[in-house]
Design a protein around this ligand. Structure first.
Ligand SMILES: Nc1ncnc2c1ncn2[C@@H]1O[C@H](COP(=O)(O)OP(=O)(O)OP(=O)(O)O)[C@@H](O)[C@H]1O
Length: 247
């Protein structure tokens, strides 16, 4: 059975999908078999970030997710099932919950080492359904150094704890940047409070990731599989291996 790690935050736009996709890339490059369930049905980003356009197949015996072109990461996303991926999914909560349960129950992932679940922002409908439906081995929270992002992110830690999901760690995304002129490190959004979040919630794993314009540019082109910056990939991989030492 694959380990299952949900990546999420109460706060939107902090980099959940980017962290999910890059985690998959880092581990798949090391030879692990990785899948991603994009549970963000109404704002799916994973297919775009990883350049997946192929539709899932095999509806008879379950849903067979397509894989990425290079690293063969399995990806299931609502966007891959839409006739026109540019159209919105306009569904109320109960329908979203039903679809998540169906995807969860019917997808044939094969022999994975790790299944990542990219959660939408918030603490209701979709994230709640994932927490209640899936057997999660851990919840990896994503935030940025801004205090507001941290406060809203912590709501998702409360949710995970209330639903007995182990708190695996926290990612402080866009934690720092490198000056393009002198190469010095600076903190565009201030110093953040990663350590204090870890201390308050008893999480050993805290991952600081830099702000990297190349990351956003490659993601926009659907080429995150080609991303090579070890300043981002190495801390992510080390953090994931600290969460699941057997991997
Ligand atoms: N470390 C980073 N460096 C540069 N750009 C980043 C970084 N992390 C995320 N981004 C960019 O920020 C934007 C938002 O990221 P992303 O879609 O991963 O956030 P999200 O939390 O999943 O959003 P949502 O709440 O809508 O699901 C994207 O354009 C992404 O490329």
């Amino acid at each position: 059975m694959a380990r299952v790690l949900a990546v999420g935050s109460g706060k939107g736009g902090v980099g959940k999908s980017t962290v999910t996709a890059l985690s998959a890339v880092a581990l798949a490059r090391r030879g692990l078999k990785v899948g991603i369930f994009d549970a963000d049905l109404t704002g799916p980003s994973i297919p775009k970030l990883l350049g997946v356009t192929e539709r899932p197949t095999g509806y008879g015996e379950g849903i067979l997710p397509p894989v990425t072109s290079t690293l063969k990461i399995s990806v299931l996303s609502m966007n891959l099932l839409l006739e026109d991926p540019s159209r919105p999914v306009i569904w109320r909560g109960p329908l979203i919950a039903q679809a998540i349960r169906q995807f969860w129950g019917e997808t044939v992932w094969g022999n994975l080492d790790l299944l990542l679940v990219d959660l939408p922002p918030g603490t209701s409908d979709a994230p709640l359904t994932v927490f209640q439906t899936a057997r999660l081995d851990g919840f990896l929270a994503v935030t940025t150094p801004q205090g507001l992002a941290g406060e809203v992110m912590e709501k998702s830690l409360h949710l995970a704890r209330e639903l007995d999901t182990p708190l695996a760690g926290v990612v402080e995304n866009q934690s720092y940047a490198l000056c393009p002129c002198c190469g010095k490190t600076f903190e565009p959004f201030g110093p953040g409070n990663l350590q204090s979040i870890q201390d308050r919630w008893g999480m050993d794993v805290g991952i600081r990731l830099p702000l990297d314009p190349d990351l956003a540019a490659l993601g926009d082109r659907g080429k995150l599989e080609e991303y090579r910056n070890d300043q981002v990939l190495t801390p992510l991989e080390e953090g994931l291996r600290a969460i699941f030492p057997v991997m």
